[in-house]
Design a protein around this ligand. Structure first.
Ligand code: ZN
Length: 156
């Protein structure tokens, strides 16, 4: 369980606002991802068990690099590939350095590309990213004001 600090709440505010225009994949889409990748990491092919902490749903292109939450940008990944090794790097470059359990680099790259093309096209929302970020910043500063007011009322 997370502790509900002000910093945690600000992250949730951001994610919820982004989620309005770029929602997370549905449970049904996640189910088909598990099936498609045969319950294995898309990069190194290590076996994954659903619900375990080491099983991740990675962003092929990270959000920091402008990747979306859409299913076509998501693959199954183990905690090692997702966290320690890949981070914000290009997934193709990362894949060349990772050995698969069963398949060559080419086969794994092809599997990921076929996954992407099997997914429905992302709906273009015509989102103005600057506008979205501006709205998120506004919501966060309103939150900051509330936090400051509450803290002040507690001490006086
Ligand atoms: Zn892996």
């Amino acid at each position: 369980m997370p502790s509900y600090t002000a910093g945690y709440a600000k992250n949730i505010i951001s994610r919820a606002l982004v989620g309005i225009v770029d929602p997370d994949p549905t449970d049904r889409q996640i189910n088909s991802m598990w099936k498609y990748f045969d319950s294995a990491c898309a990069y190194c092919e290590v076996r994954l068990v659903r619900g375990q902490r080491k099983s991740h749903v990675d962003h092929l292109v990270s959000c920091a690099r402008g990747g979306t939450n859409h299913i076509s940008n998501r693959v199954l990944a183990c905690a090692t590939c997702n966290g320690d090794k890949k981070r914000d790097r290009d997934w193709r470059e990362f894949l060349t350095e990772i050995k698969g359990r069963k398949s060559t680099f080419k086969e794994r790259a092809k599997r990921i590309k076929n996954w992407q093309s099997s997914c429905p096209e992302p709906i273009s929302h015509g989102v103005d990213v600057d506008y979205l970020e501006h709205q998120i910043a506004n919501a966060k500063s309103a939150f900051d004001v509330a936090v400051a007011n509450i803290r002040q009322s507690k001490t006086t």
